[in-house]
Design a protein around this ligand. Structure first.
Ligand code: F6P
Ligand code: MG
Length: 448
C-alpha cells in the first residue's frame, strides 16, 4: 500500500518477509540459477566439439562462478560491482551507487534488503557476466532450450492462429471498419493472453499454450481487470490521418516480452496491423542478452520467423514467408537497446537513455508486453490500487502507450474503488497467478 505522504511509494523488496518479492528471491531465483548450471552441464559435449579443451575449461569456470553467485544470493551477501568490460558495465556500477545511497544507515546493497526489481535484473546480468568472463562461452544462452521447447509445445495453437490470420487477410478487402475493429480487438487480446506463457514465473517449467487461442477469448474476458482497448483502437485510427495530405504512415512500437507462443501472438498482431493498413511500420524491441528466462533476443526473433517459414503447415509457413518479407523491405525492424536490460524504472529513461526515449517519441503507439515491463512502467512500488496509471508512470510519456500484461507481481494500479478488495476476497493470489490481465492505456494527449 502507498503509505500516506510517501511519494513515490516504497519499492517492493524481499525485505518485506513473506511478500511475493521475498518468496521470489528466496525460492525462485536460486532455482533459475541451478537450471542455468544444468544447461551448461548438458551442453558440455557441444562445448568440447566446438572449442576443444578450452570449451570445457570455460564451462567449468562459468559453473563455479554461478554456484558462487547462488551462494551470495542465498546468504544475502552485498551485491558486487561488475568486473566485465561490456558496453553497459559502467552504467550498472553507477546504478549500484544510486542503490547504495538509498540504503539506511549505510548498510550495503544486498539481495534481501534492496529493491526486488534491481536485484532480480542484477541476477540476470551476473549470469551474463559469468559468460563474458569466460570466453569462448560469451554467446551461450542458458535459456535457449526452454524457449525452443515452449515454441514446439505450442504448435497446435500457433497453427490455429496462423490459419485464422491468413483467413482474415484473404477477407480483409471486404471488411467494414467495424469488422476490422472487432478483429483487431481479438488479436490484441490473443497477444495479451500470450503473456501467460512465460517461463520465469514457473522457474523454467513448461508453460505453453495448447488450446485454440481464439476460442478461449470469451471465457477469459471477465479476467481482464482494466480494458482500455477502445482507446488503443481510437489512437490507431487517429494516427491514420496524421501524415501529409492524410497519407497513412502510422508507426507502432512493440516492446516484446517472451519468446515461444507469446512472440507468435505479437507477430500475428503486427502482421494484422500492417495488412489492414493500420500501421506502415512496426519496430520490435527485444533484449540484447538472455533475460528473465524466456525474453526474446535477436536470435530468438530470427529463429522464430525461420521456424514458422519452414513449418510443414500451409498457413503457418505462409505467415512466416510474409514476416520475412516485412523484415526484408524494412516494414518490420528489430532493435535491442541496452536500456531494456538495465534495472531502471522507465521514468528514468528520459535522462538515462535519452536516445531511446527520443526514438520512442516518434511512435504513434507503443505496446509494452508483459509483467516485467509493467513493473518498470510503475516503478515496482507499493502503490494504492486506485492510483491512476498516468500518475504511476511518473512522467514517462514518450507517446501514447499501452501495457498488455497478465498479473505476476504484486503491483497493480488503475483499479476502481472496491475492485481490489473484492478480488482479495475471491482469490488471494490474484496479483501473482497470471489468471488476471490488464490492457492499460496512457497518452500524453489524453485529457485528465
Ligand atoms: O516473479 C515472476 C517474475 O519473475 C517477475 O519477476 C516478472 O515480472 C515475471 O516473472 C516475468 O513475467 P513477464 O515475462 O510477463 O515479464
Ligand atoms: Mg518475460
Amino acid at each position: 500500500m502507498e503509505v500516506q505522504g510517501t511519494f513515490p511509494p516504497l519499492s517492493l523488496s524481499a525485505k518485506f518477509e513473506g511478500s511475493f518479492a521475498y518468496l521470489t528471491v528466496r525460492d525462485r531465483l536460486p532455482t533459475i540459477l541451478t537450471k542455468v548450471v544444468d544447461s551448461l552441464h548438458r551442453n558440455k559435449e557441444n562445448f568440447f566439439k566446438e572449442y576443444g579443451k578450452e570449451g570445457i575449461q570455460a564451462e567449468k569456470r562459468a559453473i563455479s562462478f554461478l554456484s558462487k553467485l547462488r551462494n551470495e544470493l542465498q546468504t544475502d551477501k552485498p551485491v558486487l560491482l561488475l568486473t566485465d568490460n561490456a558496453e553497459d558495465t559502467e552504467a550498472w556500477n553507477e546504478y549500484m551507487g544510486r542503490q547504495q545511497e538509498l540504503m539506511e544507515d549505510g548498510q550495503p546493497v544486498s539481495w534481501f534488503k534492496s529493491p526486488w526489481l534491481y536485484v532480480e535484473c542484477y541476477m540476470y546480468r551476473r549470469i551474463q557476466e559469468a559468460l563474458y568472463m569466460n570466453p569462448p562461452m560469451d554467446n551461450f544462452d542458458g535459456f535457449k532450450e526452454g524457449k525452443t521447447q515452449s515454441f514446439f509445445e505450442s504448435q497446435q495453437a500457433i497453427k490455429c492462429l496462423c490459419t485464422y490470420l491468413q483467413e482474415l487477410i484473404t477477407n480483409m478487402e471486404n471488411m467494414t471498419e467495424m469488422q476490422l475493429r472487432e478483429n483487431f480487438l481479438k488479436l490484441l487480446q490473443v497477444s495479451l493472453w500470450g503473456n501467460k506463457c512465460d517461463l520465469s514465473i514457473s522457474a523454467g517449467q513448461d508453460n505453453s499454450q495448447r488450446s485454440s487461442p481464439i476460442d478461449s477469448l470469451p471465457d477469459l474476458q471477465r479476467f481482464i481487470l482494466v480494458d482500455d482497448s477502445n482507446m488503443v483502437w481510437s489512437t490507431l485510427v487517429a494516427a491514420q490521418g496524421s501524415g501529409s495530405a492524410g497519407k497513412k504512415h502510422a508507426r507502432v512500437d512493440i516492446v516484446l516480452d517472451n519468446a515461444g507462443f507469446e512472440l507468435v501472438t505479437d507477430l500475428v498482431l503486427a502482421d494484422f496491423l500492417v495488412s489492414a493498413g493500420l500501421a506502415k511500420q512496426i519496430r520490435f524491441h527485444g533484449k540484447s542478452i538472455p533475460w528473465f528466462v524466456s525474453d526474446v533476443t535477436k536470435q530468438d526473433f530470427e529463429w522464430t520467423i525461420m521456424q514458422t517459414t519452414a513449418a510443414n503447415h500451409k498457413w503457418m509457413s505462409a505467415s512466416g514467408v510474409q514476416w520475412k518479407h516485412f523484415i526484408k523491405d524494412g516494414t518490420w525492424s528489430y532493435h535491442d537497446h541496452p536500456f531494456w536490460t538495465m534495472p531502471h524504472e522507465f521514468c528514468d529513461m528520459a535522462l538515462d537513455a535519452a536516445d531511446l526515449y527520443s526514438t520512442l517519441q516518434g511512435s504513434d503507439l507503443i505496446l509494452f508486453k508483459g509483467d516485467l515491463n509493467y513493473r518498470k512502467l510503475t516503478g515496482d512500488r507499493k502503490w494504492e490500487h486506485t492510483v491512476l496509471f498516468d500518475r504511476a508512470l511518473r512522467g514517462f510519456q514518450p507517446a501514447p502507450l499501452c501495457s498488455l500484461r497478465t498479473l505476476k507481481a504484486d503491483v497493480q494500479v488503475g483499479l476502481q474503488p472496491g475492485q481490489a478488495e473484492k478480488l482479495n476476497s475471491q482469490d488471494p493470489h490474484w496479483m501473482t497467478n497470471a489468471k488476471y490481465a490488464v490492457v492499460q492505456f496512457s497518452s500524453p494527449h489524453r485529457e485528465r
